[in-house]
Design a binder for this molecule. Structure first.
Ligand SMILES: Cc1ncc(COP(=O)(O)O)c(C=O)c1O
Length: 307
């Protein structure tokens, strides 16, 4: 899906025209992948556009930076305000939001500590990441031959730019093999997550999702879905899953800001629930869709208006 150009991008405290939002070819992060970022969405609500769980996303951005020892030259409040401003000035009712903290031009070599730290925030309209058909009828998943990183090689709690080469390898393998998306296993052989989404499985009526210790990012959509499912009365737990747990699951779905809540139709060609989205998946999907648009009173605090 090509990026739709929007008017302004926030760069280090200034709003610049999109075609002027340029960086030097010797930007450190371009060479070594040491940067951190977030993926956030804004949705239309009755009181105008609102960013879903913005404060939580920015908190995770700063935690990612802390893990990599990157000193962000702004406060979380600055970045929250800048995000709202960027959505506002571009006049979008609904968009994807990409803040990135990167090491800029001025130093080279593997010691990142002396590098200048830059921050930018871009927004653009972005439809269903795994396609409308996937949201409606489910996606076909392949267990990747690429493993999720060992937590002592790369920290799964951080959303680091260079870490995503692992996801990209798995994504390409899945697409080239005729599937929609990949599932990665941890070095210990447990189910970790998808390339840019967390994973949920329903087994024996209970909902299970892999923990951070299995290499999964602590997803904000994952957290929202856990709350929604518990409020619906379901038992939800973090737990280790084997690949065979996926093959015989009653239902399964994936969650992420970009993808939202997407049913899993099959895993390695083992069809789940007759290839139809299961009832729990559907229920959670519908409530999440309403919650992000500020239509569910008990989740109104998740919706942060841009003003
Ligand atoms: C590897 C990975 N796992 C899970 C997720 C889902 O996280 P969230 O729901 O916070 O978007 C993402 C997306 O940010 C991701 O990149």
């Amino acid at each position: 899906m090509p990026i739709t150009t929007t008017e302004k991008i926030w760069m280090d405290g200034e709003l610049v025209d999109s075609d002027q939002a340029r960086i030097h070819v010797l930007t450190h992060t371009l060479h070594y992948g040491c940067g951190v970022f977030e993926g956030i969405r804004a949705y239309p609500t009755d009181s105008g556009p609102a960013v879903f769980r913005l404060t939580d996303h920015i908190e995770r951005l700063f935690n990612s930076a802390k893990i990599f020892m990157i000193d962000v030259p702004f406060t979380p409040r600055d970045i929250i305000d800048a995000t709202k401003l960027t959505v506002r000035v571009n006049g979008l009712a609904e968009c994807y939001i990409r803040p990135i903290v990167y090491l800029g031009y001025g130093e080279m070599g593997l010691n990142p500590l002396p590098c200048p730290v830059n921050v930018s925030i871009a927004v653009w309209p972005w439809g269903a990441y795994l396609g409308d058909e996937g949201v409606a009828n489910g996606v076909r998943m392949k267990i990747s031959s690429w493993q999720r990183h060992d937590p002592n090689a790369l920290p799964p709690a951080a959303k680091g730019t260079g870490m995503y080469i692992n996801s990209s390898m798995a994504k390409v393998e899945a697409l080239k093999s005729g599937y929609d998306e990949a599932i990665l296993l941890s070095p210990q052989g447990y189910v970790s997550e998808c390339t840019g989404e967390n994973l949920f499985v329903v087994r024996h009526g209970r909902i299970i999702t892999p923990p951070l210790s299995a290499g999964a990012l602590e997803g904000i959509t994952q957290d929202s879905v856990i709350t929604i499912a518990r409020d619906l009365g379901y038992e939800v737990e973090f737990g280790n899953l084997l690949r065979s747990d996926l093959y015989v699951a009653e239902e399964a779905f994936l969650t992420g800001t970009a993808a939202e809540v997407v049913p899993i139709a099959s895993v390695d060609d083992r069809v789940l629930n007759g290839g139809q989205p299961g009832p729990i998946t559907r229920q959670v999907q519908e409530i999440y869709r309403a919650a992000v648009r500020g239509q569910v009173d008990r989740y109104k605090d998740w919706v942060e208006h841009v003003g």
